[in-house]
Design a protein around this ligand. Structure first.
Ligand SMILES: Cc1cc2nc3c(=O)[nH]c(=O)nc-3n(C[C@H](O)[C@H](O)[C@H](O)COP(=O)(O)OP(=O)(O)OC[C@H]3O[C@@H](n4cnc5c(N)ncnc54)[C@H](O)[C@@H]3O)c2cc1C
Length: 379
């Protein structure tokens, strides 16, 4: 008999899962309170990498994520996975020394990376005009994902394969084999399934709270949370209008990370400030201008472009910063996936979680990412 699965959440995790589960013959219903790919998955730098991640199990998981995206290219993934490679530059001898250590360490673990001379940096990025360039590193397998194209393409493929999508339906209650939802006109609905997968990002904690279950992800930051507080923090991502910048890769330098964007502009990640803000801190809105100014120092081609889009992203962050992918011990028909680096991890997590849900065996790559590591009594 067909295994019935409800996937709550149509972000990168939920859409990858919907596609994978449908491909493997499950009967899938995806429910989302809003639209496809519209929450954290819309406000992300979307860099696919396992660049300096710790501990080792998490680094390996991210590498599996990168490899799964590479494999997906033959099944349409080439439309959303832009495997441009990543150029990291050094602008002082100290930065170069630190980069050399990092490259040695990554290379000794088998990660694809090589050091670059200043001339080699310029060859890869001819439009870059970095003063005091002392060298760089190139990570050829890394890239970025156009998350909207990925989410909509995978969800459409799942629907074509028989899945059902219920947008604008908010899950208000959960039981072992049933979820209760509320539609925009206030109607209450019940959906039944053999397995319910929570891929609701920051909504997962709230959904489980309706059943009296504590879920170990951090609260998004609120008033007074501050940079050092234990909370998920708000990140800011900004994108310029279309511009012939000449930027060919993901490019990272002190104080900035940037990459080509889906609209033909350049997307910046909030690195100068550490990327962790209270949502009500007005200084967050100074970040896009700071980033554009810094980018123009490196790419004078950006002189005549302005910021076109700014989005605030609330990290999905388990308490220890690592991934959660596991059944709830007391409710084995409910499975939860919550993670930062979800763009990198999505394609692999979909395969591994589908194995677990449909074949019933724990996937070796997920052994370190269970719920048992949190000492939360009622999970
Ligand atoms: C600033 C920033 C930069 C980042 N950079 C990177 C990066 O470079 N590389 C990388 O790999 N990762 C990065 N990440 C992390 C990555 O973006 C996230 O891990 C990923 O998007 C999480 O996806 P998700 O599908 O779990 O959650 P979401 O995208 O948040 O999706 C969850 C969905 O669940 C729905 N939902 C919630 N509650 C309910 C409910 N009650 N009922 C029904 N539906 C509900 C929401 O509407 C939403 O559509 C970054 C994140 C941020 C914030």
């Amino acid at each position: 008999m067909q295994h019935k699965v409800i996937v709550i959440g149509a972000g990168v995790i939920g859409c990858c899962l919907a596609d994978e589960l449908t491909r493997r013959g499950a009967s899938v219903t995806v429910i989302d309170a809003a639209e496809v790919g519209s929450a954290t998955s819309a406000a992300t730098f979307a860099w696919v990498n396992s660049n300096n991640k710790t501990p080792e199990e998490y680094s390996n998981l991210n590498l599996l994520g990168l490899q799964a995206h590479e494999r997906s290219a033959s099944r349409g993934g080439g439309r959303w996975f832009h495997q441009t490679g990543n150029v990291q530059i050094a602008q002082s001898n100290d930065e170069l020394e630190a980069l050399q250590h990092k490259v040695e360490k990554l290379a000794s673990n088998g990660y694809e990376v090589r050091l670059l001379t200043p001339a080699q940096v310029r060859e890869l990025e001819p439009s870059l005009e970095a003063p005091r360039l002392t060298g760089g590193a190139f990570y050829p397998e890394e890239g970025w994902i156009d998350t909207l194209t990925m989410c909509t393409s995978l969800l459409n493929r799942a629907i074509t394969g028989g899945a059902t999508f219920a947008p604008y339906e908010t899950v208000t209650g959960i039981q072992p084999n049933q979820v209760t939802t509320r539609t925009t006109d206030g109607t209450t609905r019940k959906h039944q399934a053999d397995t319910i997968i929570l891929a609701a990002g920051n909504g997962t904690r709230k959904i489980l709270a309706t059943a009296g279950i504590d879920f170990p992800t951090l609260e998004p930051s609120g008033t007074g949370a501050g940079k050092d507080a234990k909370n998920a923090g708000i990140g800011i991502i900004s994108t310029t209008g279309p511009i012939a910048s000449g930027m060919r890769h993901i490019v990272r330098a002190t104080g900035i990370a940037m990459r080509p964007a889906r609209n033909g502009g350049i997307t910046f990640a909030d690195h100068p400030t550490g990327g962790k803000w209270d949502i009500d801190d007005p200084r967050i809105w100074t970040v896009p201008a700071l980033l554009l100014e810094r980018a123009r120092e490196l790419y004078p081609t950006l002189k005549n472009v302005s910021t076109e889009n700014v989005s605030l992203g609330i990290r999905v962050l388990p308490e220890d910063g690592l991934t959660i992918a596991d059944r709830l011990a007391d409710y084995p028909s409910i499975y939860a996936v919550a993670t930062h680096s979800g763009v990198t991890l999505s394609a692999h997590l979909a395969e591994a979680v589908a194995d677990e849900v449909l074949d019933g065996r724990r996937h070796h790559s997920l052994e370190a990412f269970g719920l048992a590591r949190f000492e939360t009594a009622n999970l």
